[in-house]
Design a binder for this molecule. Structure first.
Ligand code: SAM
Ligand code: SF4
Ligand code: F3S
Length: 435
């Protein structure tokens, strides 16, 4: 039997989909990329913003409309949030399984095939078993995800993640080392350590310096050439982290620190537990310790308490801090979160206008920072052929910048030195033969 998993949402969902695919392949199923050829179709969903949830449901509706003899199931964060409601609404839907329970899906499919069950709904928290997941590659043979913690205990006032992914749960160190060892043996070059609040790693196990200690140990073993990690919470970045991690050879000098707002009163309402002053100080220290590092961020515009003045302060702070790049989002009201009761008071056209302004500013800053790299030599891990032009390959710098480089020979998987010749806001262009 053939299966397809259609994935929406963040890296956690990407990884859960890869893990489930590996388990299904081990049980004799074949993975196909075309949903119309699949006997089993699974949609892995995201609910972080209403738009993401609407997309998942509209895709589900489309697949169910064409359903003949297929098994169709929904997994991920929408499954957790909507639970039984979806099974009642879509009578052709075979299962709805929350993100902590995806390891049960092969058994559920087996039961459905054997006519033992129908309309299965499974949600709630569970212990993950990554040892069963195999290599959950991001790019086959080159880069992989390694989950080090699941869930989140932060309860930022706007965010639904803690309600759908559950309490923070750190994986035991030995499980993480074993996985990195497997990647090393398989010849992988890069791993990204994953967690919604990755630098809080270990706080539920013991002590409070565990994330930094984990990175120190990983670096000491030199498992892979490059170790990345996402997403860090700025409040958990301390001097111990800054002093140590910036000096580690295999830990990439790319720090993704979601700012969310550049106004202290909005940050307080978001329950972010830092101020723009403390954020700025941490970024300055990181840049001082690791001068060529990159700092990227996330930002939300249009929280109910963000007035014109707070938004102007955010623009001023972005000019001052100069991130390498930023993901920006319009606030979306999520049921069950603390901010839900304040409604969604900023009109859509104002949110859109603010997004436009902040994106324009960030594009300019990104371009200026990228232009400053022209003439410099950077190390690029080549991920594969460029989707646009023949004889061009695409890769990333240690600082997570995309680089396009010309090459007659296939250099996929190699780490090559590239001289930057040209830059855009999102991409760098360079050559290899610069001697
Ligand atoms: N745990 C990560 C963190 O704290 O940065 C990622 C959280 S979420 C998956 C990714 C981004 O979505 C957040 O950083 C935030 O900018 C944005 N986001 C979360 N909830 C949102 C909401 N209700 N409306 C708009 N954007 C939201
Ligand atoms: Fe959501 Fe905040 Fe947790 Fe990130 S840290 S997942 S924004 S609650
Ligand atoms: Fe979305 Fe769930 Fe990730 S809500 S962002 S898929 S944790």
């Amino acid at each position: 039997m053939q299966f397809t998993i259609v994935t929406f949402g963040c890296q956690m969902n990407e990884r859960d989909s890869r893990a489930l695919a590996n388990i299904l392949v081990n049980q004799g199923y074949n993975e196909v990329s075309d949903p119309s050829k699949a006997d089993i179709l699974i949609i892995n969903t995201c609910t972080v913003r209403q738009h993401a949830e609407d997309r998942a449901i509209s895709n589900l509706g489309r697949f169910l409309k064409d359903k003949k003899h297929q098994i169709i199931g929904l997994m991920g964060c929408v499954a957790e949030r909507r639970k039984e409601e979806l099974i009642k609404r879509f009578d052709k839907l075979d299962f709805v399984v929350g993100p902590s329970k995806f390891e049960e899906i092969p058994r559920i499919i087996d039961d459905i095939i054997k006519n033992r069950s129908d309309g299965v709904v499974l949600y709630g928290e569970s212990e993950p078993h990554p040892a069963k997941w195999g290599i959950t590659e991001a790019i086959k043979g080159i880069s992989s995800w390694v989950t080090i913690m699941t869930g989140c205990d932060n309860y930022c006032s706007y965010c639904i993640v803690p309600y759908v992914r559950g309490r923070m749960r750190s994986l035991k160190e030995d499980i993480i080392y074993k996985e990195l060892e497997n990647l090393q043996e398989a010849g992988y070059k890069e791993a990204t350590l994953l967690g919604q609040n990755v630098n809080a790693y270990g706080r539920d196990l013991n002590g409070n310096r565990n994330f930094t200690d984990l990175l120190i140990k990983i670096d000491k073993e030199k498992y892979l050439k490059r170790i990345r990690f996402v997403s860090s919470h700025p409040a958990f970045v301390d001097d111990y982290f800054i002093d140590n991690v910036t000096a580690l050879q295999t830990i990439c000098p790319h720090y993704h620190l979601p700012l969310q707002s550049g106004d202290n009163s909005v940050l307080f309402n978001m329950n972010r537990k830092y101020t723009i002053e403390s954020f700025f100080e941490k970024v300055e220290k990181l840049r001082k310790k690791r001068p060529n590092c990159s700092i990227t961020s996330d930002l939300i515009v249009g929280l109910p308490t963000e007035d014109d003045k707070s938004f102007s302060r955010t623009l001023e702070f972005i000019k001052r801090i100069r991130f390498d790049s930023m993901h920006t989002f319009a606030y979306s009201k999520r049921e069950a979160t603390a901010a839900y009761k304040f409604g969604d008071t900023i009109p859509f056209n104002i949110k859109k206008q603010r997004l436009k302004e902040v994106n324009k500013l960030q594009q300019q800053i990104s371009l200026e920072i990228n232009n400053s790299l022209i003439g410099k030599i950077v190390e690029v891990l080549i991920e594969g052929p460029s989707p646009k032009n023949k004889n061009e390959y695409q890769g990333r710098t240690e600082t997570n910048k995309i680089v396009i480089v010309k090459s007659e020979k296939n250099i996929t998987g190699e780490i090559v030195d590239v001289m930057i010749e040209r830059a855009g806001s999102y991409t760098l262009f360079g050559k290899r033969d610069f001697f």
